[in-house]
Structures are given as C-alpha cells and as structure tokens.
Design a protein around this ligand. Structure first.
Ligand code: UDP
Length: 342
C-alpha cells in the first residue's frame, strides 16, 4: 500500500513508519520538524518537510491509498496556556488535511486520537462508549477531529479509524547499533518513564511523585502503559481495515482504545526503572499535578474484537526498551556507572 504518514518524524510516527516499511508498504513522511527529528524518518521512507496544511501537492501527485495522521501538538500544559496553537494545528490543520484527501480521492485514514478525549472517567476500565468530557484543550482539539471523521464518513464515504492511546512507552530497538531504532526524545519532557530514566542516568537529581494520597493501593496515580510496538501493530491492522473498506463508498468510522487493560502506579513504574537500570533512581513525594485523575485504565475489548489486536509487551519490557534507546542516544551519560540489564 502507498501510505502518507503525517508526523512521521515524531516518536510514535517514526516507529509506525518503520513498521509499515518492514511490512512492505511504501511510506511518505510529511513532517514540518517543529518537534520531530529529521534523522527519525526511517531509511526507505520518502520525506517531505511541510506541515499538514501543505499536504495538497503531496496528495495530488502521490496515488496514495491511505493516510496515517499523527502530526499534532501534544503538551497538555501548553494547550491550557496557548489553546490557539491546539485548535490551529490539531483541529484546523486536520480539517485542511481531510479536505486535501477529499480533493484527491484518498478516503482511508487512521487517526491518532487520545484517552484525553474522555477526561475524568466515572468508572474504569474506560469504554469507547464512555462520556467524552476532555479537561484540557489538547483533548478537546483531538475530540473535535474524531467528530469530524464521523461526519466525513457519513457525508463523504470516508473510511476512518481513530485510535485512542493511553500511556505510550518503550521504543523500537533495531538488532544492530546502526539505524532503525526509534524512541521518545522530546525537547520538553513531561512523561513519567523518560523522566525517570533521566533520573536513573543522573541527568536529574530526583523524580517527583506527583500525588501520594490518591485513592489507589499505594497512593500514587495509576495509568495504563502500552508499548509503542504494540501500538504500531494496532495501526497496521487499522490501516488494513480502513483501506479494505475505502472502496465500498459506504463510509465507516471505528473508534478503539489502545491500552493494556491494566494499570501501573507511579511507584510501580519507579520500581521497574530501578530493576531494569540497576540505578538508585531517587524519588520524592510531591504535590498532585492539577487535573490528574487518580486512575485511567482502558478497556481494550473493542480493539480485540474489531482489529484482532492484543498487546503482548509488559511494563518491564517498555522500560527496558526505552532505557536501551536512551543509552544508544546518550551513551556518554547512560553508560557512566554501569550495569543495567535492559
Ligand atoms: N508523573 C509523576 N512525576 C513526573 C511525571 C509524571 O509523578 O515527573 C505522574 C503523573 O502525575 C501521572 C503519571 O505519572 O500520574 C503519568 O504521567 P505522564 O505525564 O507520563 O502521562 P499522562 O497520564 O499525564 O498522560
């Protein structure tokens, strides 16, 4: 299949692009490098440095079968202080992309949605039929695109799959030391596992455990962590489904959660990081982050039923692969004191 991957120079986009290439697809990456890295575009992919509002000429000449759409801004605190960036990039940008697809008769799309569309759940596990009440502009800007896809499916025969990610972690590690390994390396790091690895490597003095009095077994927040390779597997399945249905003109929009179906607390993540890295990884109690729900866990039954998808990689594997990626990226830091059984 010929696939346009927007945001293919970012964390998840680069991993999915590499897996698409391995599966024999032709990949064109469209990324403006605002947060992505040129060297994260996998060898074998064509690369166009442009934003999603400039997709028209690419789609015009490309004979594409489908689009996998990752390009977005994704920092929750930034979305609160500068919501215009999120409505512009994530929502208006996606609308421009859908209009380009419509003009050039590309009707199959896999969209990178998020658990943030649900906001604070009344019950867990969270179902796709649970209420969507995002608590920040990031989640709202993504939910708007889910609604857009539902209406484009109904009115214009689009065949769409929205995948609602829970907490994505881990990396794709190539067997040799050269190209082919892709993982998380954000300029502004807010996510727990990469921050904990920076602490393990001595780049930060300690990890702050944000909230220690939640109604959870150990008092810290519980999240549903999912390995980026399991996530990529779901994208390949979603792509097959979207493209298979694109021709019939009926229009369909499937929304599926992507999570492991079970939760890990912040303290359990820290224990995993200590186990895998062999480093002390100091942690201190700290205040709650505003707006953080106590527990977020996905139901993944729908992805199993509709896509035949089952995640297979556990938290230790996510931490081990993220640590391996970190060591390859920063050998001078990560290798300093040693062991690690990643
Ligand atoms: N967290 C923490 N310390 C940190 C970063 C995150 O205790 O330095 C907690 C955060 O409060 C949340 C969990 O780790 O409960 C996962 O946070 P992350 O930002 O990785 O993902 P989120 O669930 O917010 O999307």
């Amino acid at each position: 299949m010929r696939v346009l991957v927007t945001g293919g120079a970012g964390y998840i986009g680069s991993v999915v692009s590499a897996e698409l290439l391995d599966a024999g697809h032709q990949v064109t990456v469209l990324d403006n490098l605002s947060t992505g890295h040129a060297d994260a575009v996998p060898a074998g992919a064509e690369f166009v440095q442009a934003s999603i509002t400039e997709a028209d000429p690419v789609l015009a000449g490309g004979q594409f079968d489908a689009v996998v759409h990752f390009a977005a801004k994704s920092l929750v605190p930034e979305s609160v202080t500068a919501p215009e960036l999120y409505w512009q990039n994530n929502t208006a940008g996606s609308l421009a992309l859908l209009e380009s697809m419509r003009r050039h008769d590309v009707g199959a799309i896999v969209f990178s949605s998020t658990a943030a569309t649900y906001g604070e759940p009344d019950t867990v596990p969270i179902l796709e039929s649970s209420p969507t009440r995002p608590t920040n502009p990031y989640g709202a800007s993504k939910l708007a695109v889910d609604h857009m896809l539902t209406s484009y499916a109904a009115a214009h025969g689009f065949s769409a799959v929205s995948l609602r990610y829970f907490n994505v972690a881990g990396a794709r590690i190539a067997s040799d030391d050269s190209a082919g390994s892709y993982g998380e390396r954000h300029a502004t790091e807010t996510h727990l596992i990469p921050i904990a690895l920076q602490v393990a490597a001595g780049l930060r003095p300690e990890l702050q455990v944000n909230g220690v009095h939640y109604p959870t077994p150990d008092g810290s927040c519980v999240r549903d962590y999912i390995h980026v390779l399991d996530l990529a597997d779901a994208h390949l399945r979603a792509l097959d489904r979207a493209s298979a249905r694109a021709g019939d003109g009926q229009g369909s929009h499937l929304i599926c959660n992507l999570g492991s179906g079970s939760g890990s607390s912040v303290r359990e993540v820290i224990e995993s990081v200590r186990r895998i890295t062999g480093r002390p990884t100091p942690a201190v109690d700290a205040p709650n982050r505003p707006g953080d729900p106590a527990v977020l866990i996905a139901s993944n039954d729908k992805a199993a039923d509709e896509l035949g998808w089952r995640p297979t990689r556990d938290l230790d594997r996510m931490v081990a692969d993220a640590w391996e990626f970190f060591q390859r990226l920063r050998p001078e830091v990560a290798g300093a004191t040693g062991s690690g059984n990643g």
